[in-house]
Ligand binder design. Structure first.
Ligand code: ADP
Length: 278
């Protein structure tokens, strides 16, 4: 059962949301959620920082400084946004029964993880997953947003297709490590979006290298330039590389994204740069 010829890109817009960007990886554990969350914060920070330094652009950036952004964690089987964004409560409900996203670090968040107990296994069959995803998109009062970033579930199955059908995606960002096995799935993910007419914004390579804190020598643990080469061979843009960094991992576990805990660090600038390129 494939998606060729039968799945059309959705024409349905989410009311009040200007652009919806999917962050996808194909494979799990490669840093898709981390990139989705930090990318958003990077976007906000980048434009704020630009505003401070490039006063001449103030008028043009005034709007950008107030970017209204949302993060939808569609990774139903492994939601990580509650922990990464340090949110530990259930959303309030409006009178017309819509969920109100929970805001932290200036980002409006919605995740299936807000609705289930922390350590409870999510053992749902397909139809339940579909209905949960529908509730998390159209059943949420997003208000007015400039950008909604969707942290996609890994893989290219029903859940991913439902999301591309339910949302009018402006584009998809593909995250992969440089490793061959991860790139295999990343290519599949990119092809799925292309097939349903969603433009690929580009590839981000995560965990590109580890720089030794003692001697400064980079080690290419998962291989070198794999995502860059994959993007080139598929005719997509390469947006940038993000090194493997202790601060990023700590930030995820503590719920304080690195762009907040260490905004001046090289790694935060890497995320800011990535946001800028997109
Ligand atoms: P995915 O969403 O693709 O499953 P995650 O974003 O949840 O992956 O990342 C998996 C784990 O790897 C998380 O614990 C995260 O903190 C860690 N991680 C992701 N990117 C980096 C990085 N650049 N440096 C260090 N740790 C990272």
């Amino acid at each position: 059962r494939g998606y060729s010829g039968t799945v059309k890109r959705s024409q349905l817009r989410l009311e009040g949301v200007k652009d919806v960007i999917a962050v996808a990886s194909g494979k799990g554990g490669v840093g898709k959620s981390t990139t989705a969350g930090i990318f958003l914060l990077g976007l906000i920070l980048f434009f704020s920082i630009s505003f401070l330094f490039y006063i001449n652009l103030a008028v043009a950036l005034a709007n950008k400084c107030q970017l209204r952004v949302g993060l939808l964690d569609a990774d139903v089987y492994g939601p990580s946004v509650p922990m990464m964004m340090k949110i530990d409560r259930k959303p309030d409900i409006t009178e017309d029964k819509k969920m109100i996203p929970i805001e932290n670090y200036g980002v409006k968040c919605m995740s299936i993880g807000f609705l289930v107990e922390k350590d409870a296994p999510i053992v749902w069959r397909g139809p339940m997953v579909m209905s949960a995803l529908a509730k998390m998109t159209r059943g949420v009062d997003w208000g007015n947003l400039d950008i909604l970033v969707v942290d996609m579930p890994p893989g290219t199955g029903d859940a991913q297709l439902t999301m591309t059908q339910n949302l009018q995606l402006s584009g998809a960002l593909i995250v992969s490590t440089p490793q061959d096995i991860a790139l295999l799935d990343a290519r599949r993910g990119a092809n799925m979006f292309s097939k349903v007419g969603v433009p690929i914004l580009g590839f981000v390579e995560n965990m590109s290298f580890f720089k030794c804190p003692h001697c400064g020598e980079p080690s290419f643990i998962f291989g070198k330039e794999g995502a860059r080469n994959a993007a080139a061979s598929m005719g997509h843009d390469f947006i940038g590389e993000i090194p493997l960094e202790m601060e990023v991992r700590k930030g995820s576990d503590e719920g304080i994204p690195v762009v907040i805990s260490a905004p001046d660090s090289a790694i935060s600038k890497a995320y800011g740069g990535t946001a800028q390129n997109v």
